[in-house]
Write a protein that binds this ligand. Structure first.
Ligand code: NZQ
Ligand code: ZN
Length: 390
């Protein structure tokens, strides 16, 4: 077991009646707020008016940046940082899904520097040591951006999508109201659930000595997703299902389950290349990749972990370890492609082999997959992409 520091300094307001605390929370950090949101869902669901009302009730001055797209672009980051500087913004508020939250985090950092914010991601990897305070109102359960210190930004000009984690990007406060997710479509609910599942699987499968307690916690999180995602898809206004998914998604990636593990992730770097080049939904790409990656990595040296997963997440038992392991992978496929109804191959989402070579190269370079559960070199990544063709 490795030494580790546990520190998750985000204050969470969870539940239906918490927005009244938004104004006072923002006020702690100043008077001038930049509110960042996406393509309009928050207006359609009436959340825009509620948030504005709370901000104005507290006597704060508010500026806006709208139009943040899924797989958020560096262009929105640049524009947000520009507004922050021009209007001398004190605090930034994201209202939306993971894309809006991620974009807002780098706006907050971009506001503090004189260089182009893409320098945070390119080969310069510019120091990121300061940011405006970040708060958020989450509207989609998936990424965990509401309680982690990372984000992922796309640059359409270079076909890159790159993530970065820095302590100063940790939100100061997050507002998690499950009712704001009632309008999330069945498709986005499925993709968000696949994303959460992957966040746990990336940590669960590893070669370090584990805390039994954390393994059990991760298994409980995975069982919860398997149980509640289909319910939320069928009954979008089921508060219990939406609340379970929301809190599960937050805990899947807020750092708690890591317990000192320092292993690189595999499916996320491979997926970020897919959404960089083809602009597909992050959770959908992960759903396609994850079962193939599990198949690719399975061998005698790690089969016990697969058996533990198959037994404790899907209740699969048996004497032949390899068979139980394979059934566990099959159960995940059935969940993702059967119950959640997600597309199961790359051609089904319009992806062919054209960019496999360059995507594999970048996945290794940007994601460090050679340090993953099963070390993945460029050829391994290409092999996994090829497995996703059928
Ligand atoms: O743009 P609007 O109009 O708001 O519509 C969004 C968008 O079209 C819509 N939506 C959000 N809340 C809604 C809603 N529609 C109806 N009702 C609501 N309540 O859903 C669509 C998808 O939104 P998006 O924010 O893109 O989804 P998600 O939360 O899945 O975020 C995905 C992004 O997060 C990154 C992904 O790579 C991707 O770019 N990730 C961030 C992570 C992090 N910060 O730690 C980790 C993840 O692994 C992930 O990489
Ligand atoms: Zn993810």
């Amino acid at each position: 077991m490795n030494d580790f520091i546990y520190d998750i300094p985000t204050k969470v307001y969870f539940g239906k009646d918490q927005l009244k605390n938004l104004g006072p929370e923002l006020k702690k950090y100043g008077q001038r707020v930049l509110m960042v949101y996406g393509g309009g869902s928050i207006k359609r669901i009436g959340l825009y008016d509620k948030v504005m009302n709370e901000i104005k009730k507290s006597g704060l001055e508010v500026f806006e940046l709208s139009g943040v797209k899924p797989n958020p672009s560096i262009e929105s980051v640049r524009e947000g940082a520009r507004i922050c500087k021009e209007k001398q913004v004190d605090v930034v508020l994201a209202v939306g899904g993971g894309s809006t939250l991620d974009c807002t985090k780098f706006i907050a950092a971009g506001a503090k520097v004189d260089f182009d914010p893409w320098d945070f991601f390119n080969d310069k990897w510019a120091p990121l040591t300061e940011a405006l305070p970040i708060l958020d109102v989450l509207t989609l359960s998936a990424t965990g951006s509401e309680m982690d210190c990372g984000g992922v930004i796309s640059n359409p000009a270079t076909n890159d999508k790159i993530g970065r984690l820095e302590p100063v990007l940790q939100p100061k406060a997050s507002f998690l109201d499950p009712t704001t997710t009632f309008t999330v479509s069945p498709y986005q609910t499925a993709c968000g659930s696949a994303d959460m599942m992957s966040h746990i699987i990336e940590v669960y499968f590893n070669m370090n000595e584990d805390f039994d307690m954390l393994d059990g916690f991760m298994e409980a999180l995975m069982r919860n997703i398997v149980k509640y995602a289909p319910i939320a898809m069928k009954e979008p206004e089921n508060y219990k299902a939406r609340a379970e998914l929301m809190w599960t998604g937050t805990w899947a990636i807020n750092g708690f389950i890591d317990g000192g593990k320092r292993q690189a992730w595999s499916c996320h770097p491979m997926e970020h290349e897919l959404s960089a080049v083809y602009d597909i939904t992050h959770g959908l790409g992960l759903a396609i990749l994850t079962p193939r990656w599990m198949e690719y990595c399975l061998d005698e040296s790690n089969v016990d972990k697969y058996v533990q997963y198959a037994q404790n997440v899907f209740g699969i038992h048996g004497t032949d370890k390899m068979e139980v392991a394979r059934k566990g992978i099959e159960a995940l496929r059935n969940f993702l492609f059967g119950q959640l109804g997600l597309k199961s191959t790359l051609p089904q989402v319009g992806i062919d082999e054209t960019h496999f070579d360059s995507m594999a190269e970048k996945a290794v370079k940007n994601g460090g997959t050679q340090h993953a559960f099963k070390p993945l070199a460029k050829e391994d990544v290409k092999n996994i992409y090829k497995m996703c063709m059928e």
